[in-house]
Design a protein around this ligand. Structure first.
Ligand code: DOR
Ligand code: ZN
Length: 343
């Protein structure tokens, strides 16, 4: 048995409408709060839209649940400065998400050049409003496995030189270079790590054939990078904390000639993290990573309830309802080795 302070998910895709309604319980069964990504179509670019979206999430959440969705704004070349002031005053909006235009799912409206959002970044630094970053360059000339590393060298490092007090979360890091970079910087820079990047290397994309349900962005990397991520997550350093990047897509959108990026881990998220931490005998470090450091970074109180996991093998269902369609989770039809004890 493993009892932890209730965790939070600091990077989650909930989608919208009836698809959203069917997947909220997978997260709210375990996590007290989640930082909800704004890459809807059209994107959530204003505080009014974020608060409306939050209302829809709350309306779709079971009345008995205490799940608290926290919101982000989608940064565009044209984000009005007034939205930043409003976001800072909102208890429900925790930060702004920077997608380089074209980097990933629904990022077409993202930032084309950071110089276009300079005054926004200045305001965010002044207000201490966190910037969540999808850290990949988009040039097709750059190898997909190098996009995070090059982003750090060419975009992030100069950005942090120009804005040394900007509070930044480098989201879903995947490389040794990202781990080393985050360790090397001050407490204004933190990173989230997903369960799938802790458990899988890039061989899992091609294991016996092409595996669309293992495709996400940033793409899985080689084993040495996975080992670096495991070391960071279990280091006890508060700059690294839990963000699942659970990103459901309808089965047809994944199993396609041009399948979407995104791995749906919510149905066993904490259980998968426990499995990864157990691999390196570091279950004692899970609570800090899952339940303390993210709340501390976002300057929110730590949760007071607990959740309990049991070491018990169960089988992940092959799929789940996703509105009128189906979504295939990570480990579909295969074993999960920890199970949350239902209360
Ligand atoms: O794999 C991913 N899926 N990476 C992202 O950055 C976006 C996400 C999604 O929204 O599906
Ligand atoms: Zn994401």
């Amino acid at each position: 048995m493993l009892t932890l302070t209730q965790p939070d998910d600091w990077h989650l895709h909930l989608r919208d409408g009836i698809s959203m309604t069917s997947i909220i319980p997978a997260t709210s069964r375990c996590f007290a709060r989640a930082l909800v990504m704004p890459n809807l179509k059209p994107p959530i670019t204003t505080c009014a839209q974020a608060l409306d979206y939050r209302k829809r999430i709350c309306a779709a959440t079971a009345p008995t649940s205490h799940f608290n969705p926290l919101m982000t704004l989608y940064l565009t070349d044209n984000t009005p400065i007034a939205e930043i002031a409003k976001a800072k005053d909102s208890t429900h909006i925790m930060g702004v998400k920077y997608y380089p235009a074209g980097a990933t799912t629904h990022s077409e409206a993202g930032v084309t050049d950071l110089r276009r959002v300079w005054t926004i970044l200045e305001a965010m630094q002044t207000y201490e409003l966190p910037l969540s970053i999808h850290g990949e360059v988009t040039a097709t000339s750059i190898d997909i496995f190098d996009r995070e590393k090059i982003f750090i060298e060419q975009i992030l490092d100069p950005l942090l030189d120009d804005f040394p007090k900007l509070r930044v979360v480098l989201e879903h890091i995947t490389t040794l270079e990202a781990v080393e970079y985050v360790f090397s910087k001050n407490h204004h820079l933190a990173a989230t790590i997903t369960a799938h990047h802790l458990l899988m290397n890039r061989n899992e994309l091609f294991n016996g054939g092409i595996r669309p349900h293992h495709y996400c962005l940033p793409v899985l990397k080689r084993e040495s990078h996975r080992q670096a991520l495991l070391m960071a997550a279990t280091s006890g350093n508060p700059k690294f904390f839990l963000g699942t990047d659970s990103a459901p897509h309808a089965v047809g959108a994944k199993e396609s000639a041009c399948g979407c990026a995104g791995i749906y881990t919510a149905p066993a998220a904490l259980e998968l993290y426990a499995e990864a931490f157990e691999q390196v005998q570091a279950l004692d470090k899970l609570e800090g990573f899952a339940s303390f450091y993210g709340a501390d970074f976002y300057r929110l109180p730590r949760n007071t309830e607990t959740v309990t996991l049991e070491k018990r093998t169960w089988q992940m269902p092959p799929d789940f309802d996703f509105g009128k369609e189906k979504v295939v989770p990570l480990r579909a039809g295969a074993n999960i080795y920890w199970q949350q004890v239902q209360t």
